[in-house]
Design a protein around this ligand. Structure first.
Ligand SMILES: *[C@@H]1O[C@H](CO)[C@@H](O)[C@H](O)[C@H]1NC(C)=O
Ligand SMILES: *[C@@H]1O[C@H](CO)[C@@H](O)[C@H](O)[C@H]1NC(C)=O
Ligand SMILES: *[C@@H]1O[C@H](CO)[C@@H](O)[C@H](O)[C@H]1NC(C)=O
Ligand SMILES: *[C@@H]1O[C@H](CO)[C@@H](O)[C@H](O)[C@H]1NC(C)=O
Length: 317
């Protein structure tokens, strides 16, 4: 009996084998990055199983740099010693992946001052690479926000002409931000000269009067660059940081586009602070989560852990 089928199969498999190998190598040369190593591994894995063209197509499409409509830097201002809080917030933001958007969450603080911080924070940086240490002594209303915003153009300076982020947020470490909802609320808004947040005072709905609460506010990248170059912020750094930000923009004639995200952003319902609101589905952020019970209630309301994938590894009803 002849065996034409088998030899035909071999003749087909070997050229395609080399074709795929070269694609894999090309893919990993394209840019020498960690995720490309992963892809190379994936390539090799795919090869072992079968030269499956639809798998290959997937690989090729994931290799091109992802095209994000919106890029946001979220800087959470905190203190070097808040290790537990950072651990918790990494869980909170590491389990969210807003679609079509790049959201980088970084922890921001001033110079480390204690010996143990040098070691512990260095370990965090080695593991997570999500910390920005500003060149300032630790302070709340004494220019930390100025140092944060004005440092960014240099920190994220790159040879390409692309601006690194469309928007930069300053957030407290006691706020829960639902990144998908944040991104969706930004989609219709301008990417220039934007000042976004929860307008103060509590009962005001006019974003052009006063300023956005320090719970979490956001400005477009052009405003970040303006903060770096202008004398207006440089000469006025003292005072409540959120109020001072509003004063810079007014004095500089900036933030002509404004968005009041109230009541999608609000303080935790209890106790009612005036800036509070009941939980509701259309929520971007809940602020003043001052203890674990408030975090748990908030995460519970938004069904954050409801879709845990089933596994025999854990016994959860
Ligand atoms: C190729 O892979 C896709 C999904 O990755 C699968 O649906 C399809 O059945 C595979 N085809 C073959 C011939 O194995
Ligand atoms: C912060 O630390 C750096 C390096 O140790 C030092 O050069 C700088 O003067 C410090 N800045 C402040 C404001 O303490
Ligand atoms: C960014 O880098 C370029 C080239 O090295 C330099 O000319 C420019 O001043 C830098 N910008 C900032 C904000 O640091
Ligand atoms: C959470 O899940 C419950 C039950 O599935 C559902 O009724 C409720 O609308 C969900 N809540 C939110 C905020 O999505």
């Amino acid at each position: 009996m002849k065996k034409p089928r088998k030899s035909y199969g071999r003749r087909f498999i070997f050229p395609s084998f080399f074709f795929i190998i070269s694609l894999c190598i090309l893919a990993s040369f394209n840019e020498f990055r960690y995720d490309n190593f992963l892809q190379f591994g994936l390539c090799a894995f795919t090869l072992q199983k079968a030269p499956n063209m639809s798998v290959l197509e997937n690989l090729l499409s994931t290799n091109s740099p992802p095209n994000y409509d919106i890029k946001i830097l979220v800087g959470i201002l905190t203190l070097p010693d808040q290790y537990q809080k950072r651990h918790f917030l990494r869980l909170i933001y590491g389990t969210q992946s807003p679609s079509g958007a790049k959201v980088d969450v970084k922890f921001v603080f001033c110079n480390r001052t204690k010996e143990d911080q040098r070691t512990l924070v260095a370990l965090e940086i080695m593991r997570y690479d999500d910390i920005i240490i500003l060149n300032c002594p630790e302070n709340m209303n004494n220019g930390k926000t100025y140092t944060y915003f004005s440092s960014l153009p240099e920190l994220f300076n790159s040879s390409s002409n692309h601006q690194p982020y469309d928007y930069v947020m300053k957030a407290d470490d006691d706020i829960y931000i639902r990144l998908d909802n944040l991104v969706e609320s930004l989609r219709p808004l301008p990417k220039e000269d934007l000042y976004y947040g929860f307008v103060i005072p509590c009962n005001s709905m006019d974003p052009f009067v006063h300023y956005m609460s320090g719970m979490a506010y956001l400005v477009s990248w052009d405003i970040v660059e303006w903060i770096r170059r202008s004398d207006v912020p440089r000469n006025h750094r003292q005072g409540p940081e959120d109020k001072v930000m509003g004063e810079w923009l007014r004095a500089g004639g900036r933030g002509r586009n404004r968005h009041n995200a109230k009541w999608s952003m609000y303080n935790y319902p209890d106790p009612n602070s005036g800036c509070s609101h009941d939980f509701w589905p259309d929520t971007i952020a809940v602020h003043l989560l001052k203890n674990q019970e408030k975090w748990i209630k908030t995460l519970g309301y938004f069904n954050v852990t409801q879709n845990l994938k089933p596994s025999k590894m854990y016994h959860i009803p």
